[in-house]
Design a protein around this ligand. Structure first.
Ligand code: APR
Length: 229
């Protein structure tokens, strides 16, 4: 029985769908300081600034369409004869809209709202108003369901279990600078798993194989090769 494939993706996977990455010259962190829009302290200090940052990104994600890389990963998941775990740092739903299933969003998802009081999750309106009470406990504790800097990423146990079930680790479109995701390739190596990077330019991380180029070309080409074997 062949092992699974663990795929970690970052903002580069959705770049050709028109969604900004974070650390490029025109990246999100060029327009906004992380400490103003992506920390719990920022949300406590100015919830309306934070909510408008995510309302804008929610609208941009809703207007974006999956690119050939999203669709190729969904095809791999459907046709590969072993599990394909799609673990993403991205908060858009382009993998799901490209046909992927059970996507693991370790940094949360724009499409959800979260109650900071009772933990209830529900489908976020396109334009979230944090003054809206939680539909479950009525507390005035609505927030974007996004993992902010200083918070604990979601699904870490499931991610560890997935890695241990795989024989190949593939990093797609991530600069590999934010932990714990940045440490997954080293965890893979320690488990004796082959590692590969598909990125516009090599991130500088250690991989057994690196393929450079835009995701919408490099990912479908790689998936075709994997499925042909
Ligand atoms: N195809 C493939 N890769 C691309 C493309 C493309 N068209 N365009 C850019 N990239 C690559 C860049 O080379 C870079 O390695 O995508 C990566 C984007 O890096 P970042 O902007 O740092 O985004 P990411 O790695 O996803 O950031 C990780 O940091 O700010 C936090 O929570 C945020 O999830 C995010 C995390």
């Amino acid at each position: 029985m062949k092992g699974g494939i663990f795929i970690l993706s970052g903002a580069g996977l959705s770049a050709e769908s028109g969604l900004k990455t974070f650390r490029a010259a025109d990246g999100l962190w060029e327009d906004h300081r992380v400490e103003d829009v992506a920390t719990p302290e920022a949300f406590a200090r100015d919830p309306h600034m934070v909510q408008s940052f995510y309302n804008t990104r929610r609208e941009q994600a809703a207007n974006a369409v999956p690119n050939p890389a999203h669709r190729a990963l969904a095809r791999l998941q459907a046709e590969y004869g072993a599990p394909v775990y799609l673990v993403t740092q991205n908060v858009d739903d382009l993998l799901e809209r490209g046909g992927a299933r059970e996507v693991i969003h370790m940094h949360g998802a724009l499409k959800n709202a979260l109650c900071a009081s009772c933990g209830h999750r529900w489908a976020a309106p396109m334009v979230m108003d944090v003054k809206d009470p939680c539909p479950s406990c009525s507390a005035p504790a609505t927030r974007p369901d996004i993992v902010w800097f200083g918070e604990i990423p979601y699904h870490m146990e499931a991610i560890q279990d997935a890695l241990e079930d795989c024989e190949l680790f593939v990093s797609i479109g991530t600069s590999g600078v934010v932990y714990p995701a940045a440490g997954f390739s080293q965890m893979a190596r320690q488990l004796g798993i082959r590692t590969m990077e598909l990125n516009l330019e090599a991130s500088g991380g250690r991989f057994d194989e690196i393929r450079e180029g835009p995701a919408s070309t490099v990912v479908p080409d790689w998936v075709d090769k994997v499925l042909a074997n």
